[in-house]
Write a protein that binds this ligand. Structure first.
Ligand code: FAD
Length: 327
């Protein structure tokens, strides 16, 4: 087993390095420094040359690059097959990925290919005396588990974004770029074209989310209060399942166990009781603000700041005040 921690680099729609990959490079650097290890960035795609330098600036020592048209779009066969071939060749001790929908697919399939385990959707990762462990929640966020990997095999850990701070980039840092050819992996699926979803809501990428629930009383009230506040704070708007099921808001806005898992910097829950299934999707948010007229609502148990009162009175005042202050 090589003394190396790999970070699988993800890109934004514009081709830049995704924030979660920078966060993971920072964490990998910290773990590597504490354990006498090295950091490798695994960069797969087409036309991705300059990402290696970006990876060095965020802490990578080595960039393993496979730049091939066949990897222009994510496919399980292409990405997992390539990553597995390289991991078998270089034997990293740990592979870190984000935990968005593509990387959930990737990390599980990669672990299967490497005949190892995966700690999915983790919020922390540790290495002690060469043993890798990861922290993740289960049972709707009510149980926190620490999973420990058996030594001698590559550990695969997918990590929720914003679990770690984004490090400061150092453009003067450099490293070694190792260019590899696409291994002969079967490509059963071919992406013919990609069309952006009409009116798609990117809750998973939003740094601020304002969510509303049944306490708002009606869809008219939801749209009167929630999107304007979301716009004032520069965020996306979400919803509890109760109001998605009631047809007030489309499913892509739903946060929770059967909706999106989010961990923004700021999550505002307005007229949401805080059922465990809702908490499962948002309790790792950095700051949680709850507005609810019931002081005993369970949402207050996870809230950083709680406001007990009527959303109909508080939200318009809050929106106005924020607009005034942000000009
Ligand atoms: P309620 O529980 O009815 O809460 C409304 C809240 O609004 C109350 O706390 C009330 O005090 C407050 N309120 C009322 N009037 C006002 C006012 N004027 N001002 C301020 N506050 C007010 N739920 C999800 O959200 N996401 C999921 O993914 C999800 N998945 C589920 C999966 C399963 C298998 C199951 C069984 C359930 C799931 N649920 C999910 C449903 C979940 O259990 C709750 O029923 C749901 O979250 C409740 O939504 P709510 O908080 O909007 O409504």
């Amino acid at each position: 087993m090589a003394n190396e921690i790999w970070v699988v680099i993800e890109r934004t729609a514009h081709g830049d390095m995704a924030g979660v990959s920078k966060e993971l490079l920072g964490k990998a650097r910290e773990l590597a420094d504490a354990n006498g290890m090295k950091v490798g960035a695994l960069i797969l795609g087409a036309g991705i040359g300059d990402l290696a330098q970006v990876a060095f600036s965020y802490g990578a020592d080595t960039a393993y690059v496979v730049d091939d048209g066949a990897l222009a779009q994510y496919t399980t066969d292409g990405y997992v097959g390539t990553a597995a071939a390289l991991a078998k060749k270089y034997q990293p001790a740990l592979i870190l990925t984000g935990a968005g929908f593509q990387m959930r697919d990737f990390s599980a399939a990669l672990a299967a290919e490497l005949d190892t385990g995966v700690a999915a959707d983790s919020t922390n990762v540790m290495i002690e005396n060469g043993t890798v462990s990861a922290v993740r929640s289960s049972h709707g966020g009510n149980v926190i588990n620490t999973l420990t990997f058996a030594p001698g095999r590559t550990a695969v850990v997918s990590v929720r974004k914003q679990s770690f701070p984004e490090p400061q980039a150092n453009p003067d840092r450099s490293g070694a770029a190792v260019t590899e050819n696409l291994p002969g992996v079967p490509m059963r699926a071919k992406v013919v074209s990609v069309a952006p979803k009409q009116g798609a809501v990117n809750l998973s990428d939003a740094a601020i989310i304002v969510s509303g629930g049944r306490g708002l009383g009606s869809p008219e009230n939801y749209y009167k209060l929630i999107p304007p506040l979301a716009e004032a704070v520069g965020g996306a708007y979400g919803a509890s399942r109760a109001i998605v099921d009631a047809g007030w808001v489309p499913y892509e806005h739903q946060v929770g166990q059967t909706g999106k898992t989010v961990s923004p910097k700021l999550y505002m829950a307005i007229g949401i009781s805080g059922a465990i299934q809702h908490l499962a999707g948002m309790r790792s948010s950095r700051t949680i603000v709850a507005i609810n007229k019931d002081p005993d609502a369970p949402i207050f148990r996870v809230a950083t700041y709680g406001v007990v009162g009527d959303a109909n009175e508080i939200v318009p005042l809050l929106t106005e005040e924020i607009k005034k202050r942000t000009g």
